[in-house]
Design a protein around this ligand. Structure first.
Ligand code: SAM
Length: 286
């Protein structure tokens, strides 16, 4: 990647997005993936794993607000939170803004992602030094299989289902997640594109629907994921994302957000496009 060139994210063999690069800040290859951090002209610093855009400074707030604050404002008293993946640090940063959270365990498989972000993208990674965050460089699959800890909320902030993230889209993993959750627990996962990853999204939702009494999807749109519109999947042992959501709690928290707000919380579950509803018919309670 040269500074006078553009970085192109290729999605399958038919679609791509290009960003003007000002400078390459880091380029490495770990045992899991290639890791690049570039300074772009229009989106600030950008992390790419295996050539796929993970976060940019310009729009990371959208994804991190929505993966975190939706479940943390549904759960009445989230004290222990587990993040699987999320090596850029943005999700853990948002988790610890909730004063009820006593501990956030973050399990990222690739130390190179964390190191590159700590050095080059402090906007997302700076809070990783907070004592409430316990960072483990380890496979999330193994962690949930073996841990004896229980969590109120689990956030699966993963890459697409390729390489080390592939088993994060399997039933065994979600059975282990179920076992790690408290009786009132919630799991939210990066749920892929409703346009381009119908098979994968349906598979993920089917797994959650089989294991959990409540399964929902909610959407957001950002600047950098292929197609713009993207999905999180929400599953819980009992809590309902709208009936158990008290908007007053958001107001009382005094927290400020760039994307999340109480209307966005409710609308993200309510306004599911018809084609997506049809694809997920019988699997979601939206
Ligand atoms: N917001 C991003 C997105 O959807 O593009 C995800 C960002 S975060 C950088 C994803 C992280 O998941 C990567 O750093 C990757 O190394 C990590 N990951 C992939 N498989 C994993 C596994 N089995 N256990 C723990 N972390 C994993």
């Amino acid at each position: 990647m040269n500074s006078h060139l553009w970085v192109e994210e290729r999605f399958r063999d038919f679609y791509g997005m290009k960003y003007k690069v000002e400078k390459t800040l880091f380029s490495g290859k770990s045992e899991f993936q290639t890791v690049d951090v570039v300074e772009t002209k229009g989106h600030g610093k950008m992390l790419l794993n295996d050539g796929l855009v993970m976060v940019t400074e310009r729009d990371e707030f959208v994804y991190h607000d929505m993966i975190t604050h939706v479940p943390l404002f549904v759960h009445p008293n989230p004290k222990k939170v587990l993040v699987i993946g999320g090596g850029d640090g943005g999700t853990a940063r948002e988790v610890i803004r909730h004063p009820s959270v006593e501990k956030c365990v973050m399990v990222e498989i690739d130390g190179m992602v964390v190191d590159a972000c700590v050095e080059h993208i402090p906007q997302t990674a700076d809070m990783l030094k907070d004592p409430r965050i316990e960072l483990l460089i380890q496979d999330g699959i193994e962690y949930v299989k073996n841990t004896k800890e229980k969590f109120d909320v689990i956030l699966v902030d993963s890459t697409d289902p390729i390489g080390p993230a592939q088993p994060l889209f399997n039933e065994d993993f979600y059975q282990d997640i179920y076992n790690c959750l408290t009786d009132n627990g919630i799991v939210v996962s990066q749920g892929e594109s409703p346009y381009f990853e119908v098979t994968m999204q349906t598979k993920l939702v089917s797994i959650k629907n089989k294991l959990f009494p409540n399964t929902f999807v909610y959407n957001f749109s950002n600047l950098t994921y292929p197609g713009g519109l993207w999905t999180f999947t929400f599953a819980s042992k009992g809590l309902h994302p709208l009936k158990d959501f008290n908007p007053q709690r958001v107001k009382d928290s005094g927290l400020e957000f760039g994307y999340y707000n109480t209307d966005m919380h409710e609308g993200a579950f309510k306004y599911i496009p018809t084609f997506q509803r049809k694809n997920l018919e019988g699997l979601i309670q939206n």
